[in-house]
Design a protein around this ligand. Structure first.
Ligand code: 13P
Ligand code: SF4
Length: 300
């Protein structure tokens, strides 16, 4: 039996669904039942009939799926696949920040721990941060955590100022304006798409700032034959598969998230076979974090 056949057999026995983020290895995306961005995956997780969810992504994503599905078994095939940005803010640090700004509402990027979500008023993803922030009154003081880049992008879009936490994504922090100049020279006419986790000079030098799901939709409606992609390189697999007639160039070949790459097809098989590693969130944190995620899903 091939690895794929074994996975399908175990999937049936366990009544399991396999979800994968757009940054996963191509081989993992290819065995997944659904591949998407953080918002698409959070929505998908609310609409699953299976008993087991194998989450191919990083810890906070599996945690979000577990919070939204208290009755299901959520598995993360690589227990050590964390997100350094999510780990840049603890619940205690957020409680201290809130105490300094008692009238502020807290928006937290889903790239955060369950403790941080539990302390927040509403979650956002890179796909809906502007729409969610817009639903708050223009004079409402906003604390935005933990990504200072998505926070400043969102505030700029609305012409507002947020209280920001200095968190960032180490993978997107590697992208620079100089890479954009070099890529434009190498591929004249190709639009440059970057993720809002990129620093401001990179966002300003790009043609569009989009979530990973937004990038997938953007290229489908365009006539250009080539695109420069400024985000984690795993997304190139999906873009190339869905658009075989178009060319995609990474803004930086080394824009790799080591944590996203910890999951392999073998680990998916072992995860299904051994039902490991189960991700759970204790109460009352889970209920409080669920409120923040559901507040987001209700807005956008
Ligand atoms: P999206 O896929 O939601 O755009 O998020 C990117 C990311 O860094 C997830 O960790
Ligand atoms: Fe976290 Fe950045 Fe990796 Fe996304 S790409 S999981 S934000 S470290």
């Amino acid at each position: 039996m091939t690895l794929h056949e074994e996975i399908r057999k175990l999937q049936k026995e366990r009544n399991a669904v396999i979800l994968a983020h757009n940054y996963q290895l191509g081989e993992v995306q290819d065995i997944a039942d659904f591949t998407g961005d953080s918002l698409e995956l959070a929505r998908k997780a609310t609409d699953i009939q299976a008993d087991v969810i194998v989450f191919c992504g990083v810890h906070f994503m599996a945690e979000t799926a577990a919070i939204l599905n208290p009755g299901k078994t959520v598995l993360l095939p690589a227990a050590d696949a964390g997100c350094p940005m999510a780990d840049m803010l603890t619940g205690d640090q957020l409680r201290e920040l809130k105490a300094k700004h008692p009238g502020a509402k807290v928006l937290c990027y889903v790239n955060s721990t369950a403790d941080v979500k539990a302390e927040s008023d509403c979650c956002v993803t890179s796909a809906n941060a502007v729409a969610v922030a817009q639903s708050f009154a223009p004079d409402q003081e906003i604390i935005f955590v933990p990504d200072r880049h998505l926070g400043s992008f969102t505030a700029e879009k609305l012409g507002r100022t947020f209280i920001l936490w200095p968190g960032y994504c180490p993978t997107h922090a590697r992208l620079t304006e100089t890479h954009i100049l070099a890529a434009r020279a190498a591929h004249p006419g190709a639009p440059v798409l970057v993720h809002p986790e990129c620093p401001k000079p990179v966002r300003d030098a790009a043609d569009a700032v989009l979530s990973t799901g937004g990038m997938c939709r953007y290229v489908q409606g365009r006539s250009e034959p080539a695109f420069i992609i400024g985000t984690e390189v795993g997304i190139l697999h999906r873009l190339r598969r869905e658009n075989p007639d178009k060319a995609f160039y990474p803004l930086l070949e080394q824009a790799v998230c080591p944590n996203m790459k910890k999951i392999t097809v073998e680990k998916v098989l072992w995860s299904l076979r051994d039902l490991q590693t189960v991700i759970t969130v204790p109460e009352p944190v889970a209920s409080r974090a669920r409120r923040s995620i559901e507040a987001m899903l209700a807005i956008h």
